[in-house]
Design a protein. Structure first.
Ligand code: C5P
Length: 404
């Protein structure tokens, strides 16, 4: 069968949980989809299913130990990590999730995970109380923050006969997730994308500035997602910490709004899609003092401000047919109307509205809830989810708007 998984190298990590029996079906489906699969089991997983079943289906010896006992042959987790186009850990027990989140590399599966360059999909399966424990949630959040994909567990009857959340996702739905992941992996090939991200800093004097709390997470997630999908990406970023662009994204670091505008203007002619996520300071001091302003001189309490350029509006007004410009809006009241008005005023093709009204959204959080509003007024509403997944939704929307 020809699918997006055809010829893909998948490392299937199996850990010691009851749901391990479902991994046999998962392995069968992956092989039927045309993937080449290398199974890596934790020592505990062998208590649940035998390596012989798995090696027969995959056509490859199962790896579980660092060395083959009788020959002393070393299994290179580094090579395996490089061989993989994706790693899937199914089922992932609370213990393995904890080890992955904290780098406890005491078995072949976790060492392979730590060496993997490919995307990693984690499929948790455990009893409902373990699932609900704060340590499990925290470790899953950590894995998400590393960019791993979590294939959420389902609710239903568990091995304990209790009913609740913790069942491993069905093998077919895991395969579908992987299939659509690979399907999208080149859908932006040939497109040139410009993203702005982070805050700007507007100097008051050599030691002070006007800034804001933006962390850049949303913009970096969008830039990274576009790159993963094959686009040529330029990211114009204000000063940020703790966020990283993936290999291949061209990052231009700037400080002020005017520097951000200049950097954008340099590349905009050669841009197909511009996504403006930066929290640009609306005003800057009219003059930057050349020396630190002294408190006693009363200079600080009366700083004259002037308006900064609106980068999104500038690009929106410049754009020609075939260029697609998306803005972000953060509104606290009359959200949809204000966002739509902003879209019109700045001549954007779409605006992504995120509201501060809900917990877990906006500045500094790892999650966001957005509405994608197109210039024809259609609104697509998304659930609250990690910013990495929000980025995927936003890029999916842009992609589908472009192919209309
Ligand atoms: O007008 P407001 O700041 O709410 O608009 C938000 C949108 O406009 C965001 O996409 C933001 O990146 C962009 N923007 C900009 N330059 C400014 C102000 C906002 O690009 N000076």
């Amino acid at each position: 069968m020809s699918t997006n998984l055809s010829g893909k190298h998948i490392v299937l990590g199996i850990t010691g949980g009851i749901a391990a029996y479902k991994s046999v079906y998962l392995l069968r489906l992956l092989i039927k989809s045309g993937a080449e699969v290398q199974v890596v089991m934790t020592p505990n997983a062998k208590e649940f299913i035998t390596p012989v079943t798995l090696s027969s289906l995959s056509g490859k010896p199962v790896i579980s130990e660092f060395f083959t006992a009788n020959t002393g042959e070393w299994h290179s987790h580094v090579d395996l990590g490089l061989w993989a186009d994706a790693m899937v850990i199914a089922p992932a027990t609370a213990s393995t999730i904890g080890k992955m989140a904290n780098g406890v590399a005491d078995n072949m599966l976790v060492t392979t995970y730590l060496s993997a360059k490919a995307p990693v999909f984690v499929t948790p399966a455990m009893d409902l109380d373990m699932m609900a424990h704060p340590s499990t949630s925290r470790n899953l959040e950590l894995l998400r923050s590393y960019g791993n994909h979590i294939i959420d567990s389902e609710s239903g009857e568990l091995a304990s006969h209790l009913v609740g959340k913790g069942r491993m996702a069905e093998p077919q739905s895991i395969v579908d997730t992987l299939d659509s992941f690979f399907a999208s992996s080149h859908d932006l090939a040939g497109k040139r994308v410009l993203v702005t991200a982070g805050p700007t800093r507007e100097a008051i004097d050599p030691v002070r500035f006007i800034g804001n709390y933006s962390t850049g997470k949303m913009g970096y997630a969008i830039a990274n997602e576009c790159r993963r999908r094959g686009a040529e990406v330029t990211l114009v970023s204000g000063p940020v910490e703790a966020v990283k662009a993936v290999d291949g994204v061209k990052v231009i670091g700037v400080e002020s709004a005017r520097e951000m505008l200049d950097a954008c203007l340099k590349v905009f002619d050669n841009t197909d899609i511009a996504v403006m996520t930066a929290a640009v300071a609306d005003y800057r001091p009219a003059e930057v003092a050349s020396r630190k302003i002294k408190r006693e001189e009363n200079g600080i309490d009366n700083i004259a401000l002037v308006k900064n350029p609106d980068i999104a509006a500038t690009l929106g007004k410049m754009k020609s047919d075939g260029q697609y410009v998306v803005g972000f809006a953060l509104e606290t009241d009359h959200e949809a109307e204000n966002a739509m008005a902003k879209l019109k005023r700045k001549n954007l093709d779409a605006i992504v509205l995120n509201s501060l009204a809900e917990k877990g959204t906006g500045f500094g959080t790892d999650t966001n809830r957005v509405d994608f509003i197109a210039n024809d007024g259609t609104v697509t509403r998304f659930d609250i989810k990690p910013k990495i997944e929000v980025a995927r939704d936003v890029v999916d929307m842009i992609k589908s708007m472009l192919s209309r």
